[in-house]
Write a protein that binds this ligand. Structure first.
Ligand code: 9WN
Length: 455
């Protein structure tokens, strides 16, 4: 049995229980290594700031062993919240220059709602913070402290929900949209190719990439795509990050399945949190019910029997199937029949679960865009597996969920805590010593085999 930690290989000849203890210790070591004070960065060099949905996963990881730290992670991220409720996708570490684009490029203080120190990006990321807050509450045996934490972060969590319902709700159903592929969290997914490529740039942005210093360029977006990412940023900066003006530009406007399913899960979590605090939960329950209906009506494609993102610019679905099409499984909002079909597709060796390899591919093997090494275009991601495991459990596919849990833990044990993994060989790619991989391994180890049924 081998365990790779911090790039070096440690050899173990041990029984499974001991193996789990070692993996747990190694995972906690990664989180400690990435500690930057009140919170944890995603990885030592590639991502040296705080990222929105990474922080939520990290808090979940910490919640079993160190509830105070888990609470602090969420509080630190909420400190970056804009006055319009948006929790930005990045909270920058002062003086840190290893990541591009930094605060000098974003220049968010042009917007009256941005924090006055300007140390954030101007866009958001998948809203899973409320889900994390509720899990942190549930996993803390000291309920007095746990309740005080919920009370403290409730206003911020609510304002983050409000942001989507007020600023990003064109249909009035709560089906929210994103304005940049970075907001999706699955930045380089082939789903975005047609949108990114159709952006007509009026000029070529000038910049130096830093994301290929620590990670091979072959695992990162092309220069062509990256120029368009920066072009979008500059276009939004030009309108001072005003939400209406960004919408009006019509450059990248999508209502994604995964993003909306996470939003739905957050609304349900907020319903519970409000209830625990003795507040009215009607607002969240109504919003969740409306969103559930909107996902079914707008994102479900009856003809193809699958969920697809909606491109607001063309008024058409984006008919590129990737792993994110399965998101309704973990929210529990699809029918038993659909869940059965999804489970069959996920376990298909020609699609997402290669024989002798590792599931779940972020883009199916049969797709012309499949690339086993380029991020979000094929590799396995631990946060996605964590969500799929929950989905399989929700619909009673316990054997498949258990097998995916086992494979996921084996993948990390043998290849280290990487950002993502080659689905056929298991070799790690992207950033090294990646925090959410460590955090979600901690959660999987803690809860085996049935972890999320009560949430
Ligand atoms: C841009 C930090 C983030 C994750 C995203 C992942 C990647 C950033 C990048 O890293 O995105 O936000 O520079 O590639 O795609 O999901 O939150 O880990």
């Amino acid at each position: 049995m081998t365990l790779h930690v911090n790039g070096s290989m440690v050899i173990f000849f041990i029984m499974p229980e001991q193996q789990n203890t070692d993996l747990r210790e190694a995972a906690l070591g990664i989180l400690r290594e990435n500690d930057i004070g009140r919170a944890t960065k995603p990885s030592p060099n590639q991502y040296p700031h705080l990222w929105n949905w990474d922080t939520a996963f990290i808090a979940i990881g910490y919640s079993h062993s160190n509830p105070e730290r888990a609470e602090l992670e969420i509080e630190a991220l909420l400190d970056s919240q804009w006055d319009n409720g948006m929790v930005p996708h990045i909270l920058f570490t002062p003086g840190e220059t290893r990541y591009f684009p930094g605060p000098d490029v974003w220049q968010v203080t042009r917007n009256p709602f941005a924090p006055r120190n300007g140390l954030t990006s101007g866009i958001t990321q998948p809203p899973i913070l409320a889900v994390a807050a509720l899990k942190v509450f549930k996993n803390n045996p000291d309920k007095k402290q746990a309740l005080a934490f919920l009370r403290k972060c409730f206003p911020g969590l609510k304002r983050f929900i409000d942001f989507f319902l007020k600023e990003r709700n064109p249909d009035g159903t709560g089906l929210t949209y994103i304005v940049h592929s970075w907001e999706s969290g699955l930045d380089n997914s082939p789903r975005w190719d047609p949108l990114i490529q159709s952006i007509q740039m009026e000029y070529q942005p000038e910049f130096n990439r830093l994301d290929t210093v620590y990670v091979p360029a072959s695992q990162r977006p092309s220069n062509n795509d990256y120029s368009r990412y920066i072009y979008l940023l500059e276009q939004y900066r030009d309108v001072d990050y005003d939400q209406k003006a960004i919408f009006g530009k019509g450059l990248f406007l999508v209502q994604p399945v995964l993003f909306n399913c996470l939003f739905y899960w957050s609304l349900r979590s907020m319903e519970t949190i409000a209830h625990l605090l003795g507040e009215s939960s009607d607002y969240f329950r109504n919003a969740a019910n409306n969103l559930q209906q909107a996902i079914q009506e707008k994102l479900w494609n009856r003809e193809l029997q699958a969920y697809f993102d909606w491109n607001i610019i063309t008024g058409q679905p984006l008919l590129t199937e990737t792993v994110s099409s399965f998101a309704p499984l973990f929210t529990g909002i699809c029918t038993e029949e659909t869940a059965f079909n999804m489970a069959r597709r996920i376990t298909n060796p020609k699609g997402y679960w290669p024989v002798g390899g590792y599931a779940v591919c972020s883009t199916p093997i049969w797709s012309p865009s499949f690339d086993p090494e380029n991020y979000w275009r094929g590799p396995v991601w631990i946060n996605i597996n964590w969500l799929i495991i929950r989905g399989l459990q929700q619909y009673g596919f316990f054997d498949q969920a258990e097998e995916l849990t086992r494979l996921t833990l084996e993948l990390v044990t043998q290849n280290g805590f990487r950002e993502h993994y080659h689905p056929q060989t298991g070799v790690g790619g992207g950033a090294q010593r990646f925090s959410w991989t460590a955090a979600l391994v901690l959660d999987l180890l803690h809860d085996r085999p049935i972890s999320h049924l009560t949430d």
